[in-house]
Design a binder for this molecule. Structure first.
Ligand code: NI
Length: 173
């Protein structure tokens, strides 16, 4: 199977503002190809997650791949996890603010409130259902990627413009 690094849709592209479609046929060749392309595209970046709309495909597939990178030096290490048709519930009402960035919005960081403890459900690439509880940074990455499936970006959740800064300033923090 040929795997391609795909171009990442940038803020302003319509695909980032659409509600992504449910995937009914996880094991189909086009969905398996989409997953491979997402994995190779994410590997070519310093990102910790990717949603299918970011490579121009409005379908409910995300990858959560928390790992320490230059962009996120203190991120915890986890196996990159492909999640199809994901959903979640908060396990408490508590939200914390922390820094986020997005491959579709280069050069910017902002403080974003997110649930700290969530229960997630998804289908894996083999078609099996899975549930996991996530906390902290990994729960944040999940919610960020989930938002992409709803046509939302993290800037939509920022409480004040004062919380938005240039990435060059973020690296000085
Ligand atoms: Ni993003």
């Amino acid at each position: 199977m040929i795997v391609t690094v795909r171009e990442i849709a940038q803020l302003g592209a319509n695909v980032l503002r659409q509600t992504a479609a449910v995937v009914p046929d996880v094991k189909s060749a086009d969905i398996q190809q989409l997953i491979n392309d997402m994995q190779s595209t994410l590997s070519a970046t310093e990102g910790v997650g990717l949603a299918a709309p970011q490579i121009g495909v409005s379908k409910r597939v995300i990858i959560v791949a928390s790992r320490p990178t230059r962009r996120y030096p203190s991120a915890p290490l986890m196996e990159p996890t492909v999640m199809i048709n994901p959903s979640f519930q908060p396990l408490s009402d508590y939200k914390a603010k922390d820094w986020e960035g997005c491959l579709s919005i280069p050069g910017v960081r902002a403080l974003v409130p997110r649930y700290q403890d969530i229960m997630i459900h998804y289908t894996d690439r083999g078609g099996m259902g899975a549930s996991l509880s996530l906390e902290g940074f990994v729960a944040r990455v999940f919610q960020h990627e989930y938002d992409h499936l709803e046509g939302r970006v993290y800037l939509d959740r920022v409480e004040s413009n004062v919380d938005i800064i240039a990435e060059s300033e973020y690296f000085k923090l």
